[in-house]
Write a protein that binds this ligand. Structure first.
Ligand code: FAD
Ligand code: NAP
Length: 313
């Protein structure tokens, strides 16, 4: 059987594409997601800027009904990693981690992005042993203890505020003296008693013993070193686009990309390849928000419905 549409990735973009394609009349639609559906927002402690959501809700709680809603309209889900998407004539081939291949008339890809490593000494060796990129997952381990947070964007500051409710003290280490984060978040950070801002500084080395992290050494712009005795270090230094599934056997990309590895799309989420749509955090000029990823998913789905209709009729 050839799918009407294969959706790659089950974050806000993929799930919305799933809702709109199935509800819009496509018969055979499968979403391929390598983990639990929901995407990166499920690692967030709070979402407060999705229209209509006014109560305190974690990213996980927020995303739970999305999949249930899609399934009601017939979206199928395969928990598998897509290793490559290729195109042969009018047919897309979805190559999967288990070695099997699924064919599809159209593809909507929304594989999002993943946390970046900051690149300081000890980070990789102690990752998972005190170095983390997820406060909701690992914050509880440091209840009543001191932790360090690296970064000055929305994620770093919001997660520092979350950690400040659990931990005795949170050091926020940022390499500049101004932040990328929204001004009201910066204000909240500055007004939180158990957060200490360490600006114009970068991690030099995280160190530990066989039990895990015992401290971090930071270096300021003047080259001065300071040691913080913390058992937990959270890095929130941005994300890399997950574009690996678009890489072909000869190393080229299936469709046009920009220098940052983001997929080039038009305002209808169409890529340079007919029938292939890219959505959410992985596309050019993405606002990197749940609401915009969901919006992309709906736009791409409407395009895919017309494309498949024209192709088959
Ligand atoms: P993602 O959410 O990244 O989903 C992509 C999915 O694809 C993942 O589930 C992944 O497992 C899957 N996948 C990847 N590669 C493959 C593959 N090869 N095969 C199969 N599956 C694959 N935005 C807001 O609007 N408000 C917030 O408050 C907010 N807070 C955030 C807090 C944190 C800690 C983080 C990290 C992000 C936050 N964001 C927030 C940003 C928001 O989460 C993203 O913009 C949004 O999730 C992007 O959706 P997406 O569907 O494009 O990608
Ligand atoms: P980001 O905005 O790219 O910020 C990354 C931060 O890490 C920056 O402050 C950067 O410093 C710093 N950094 C980068 N590399 C570093 C290194 N090697 N060592 C030390 N510091 C380093 O990433 P993000 O905060 O994850 O946000 C990603 C996107 O998601 C953004 O568009 C953001 O708005 C969005 N998001 C939105 C919300 C929300 O709306 N509530 C919440 C979370 C995320 P510089 O500032 O000096 O570059």
């Amino acid at each position: 059987m050839i799918l009407d549409c294969a959706i790659i990735g089950g974050g806000p973009a993929g799930l919305t594409a799933g809702l709109y394609t199935t509800r819009g009349g496509l018969e055979n639609v499968t979403m391929f997601e390598k983990g639990m559906p929901g995407g990166q927002i499920t690692s967030s402690s709070e979402i407060e800027n999705y229209p209509g959501v006014t109560g305190e809700v974690t990213g996980m709680e927020f995303m739970m009904p999305w999949q249930e809603q899609c399934q009601r309209f017939g979206l199928k889900h395969e928990m598998v990693e897509v290793t490559r998407v290729s195109k042969d004539g009018d047919i897309f081939k979805v190559h999967k981690g288990d070695g099997s291949v699924t064919e599809a008339h159209s593809v909507i890809i929304g594989t999002g992005s993943s946390p970046r490593r900051a690149g300081f000494k000890g980070e990789d060796e102690l990752f998972g042993k005190g170095v983390s990129t997820c406060a909701t997952c690992d914050g509880f381990f440091y209840k009543g203890k001191e932790v360090a947070v690296i970064g000055g964007g929305d994620t770093a500051l919001e997660e520092a505020l979350y950690l400040a409710k659990i931990c005795s003290k949170v050091y926020v280490i940022h390499r500049r003296d101004t932040f990328r984060s929204a001004p009201n978040t910066v204000e909240r950070l500055k007004n939180t008693e158990n957060i200490e801002l360490i600006l114009n500084s970068v991690p030099d080395e995280v160190y530990g013993d066989n039990m895990g992290v015992t401290g971090i050494r930071i270096k300021n712009n003047n080259g001065e070193l300071r040691d913080l005795e913390v058992p937990g270090v959270f890095t929130f230094v941005g994300n890399d686009v997950n574009n690996q599934a678009l890489i072909q056997e000869d190393g080229s990309f299936l469709c046009d990309m920009n220098e940052q590895g983001e997929v080039i799309v038009d305002i209808s989420m169409r890529t340079s390849v007919k029938g292939l749509y890219a959505t959410g955090d992985m596309r050019i000029a993405a606002p990197k928000q749940v609401v915009s990823a969901a919006g992309d998913g709906s736009v791409a789905a409407l395009q895919a419905i017309s494309y498949v209709d024209e192709l088959l009729n």
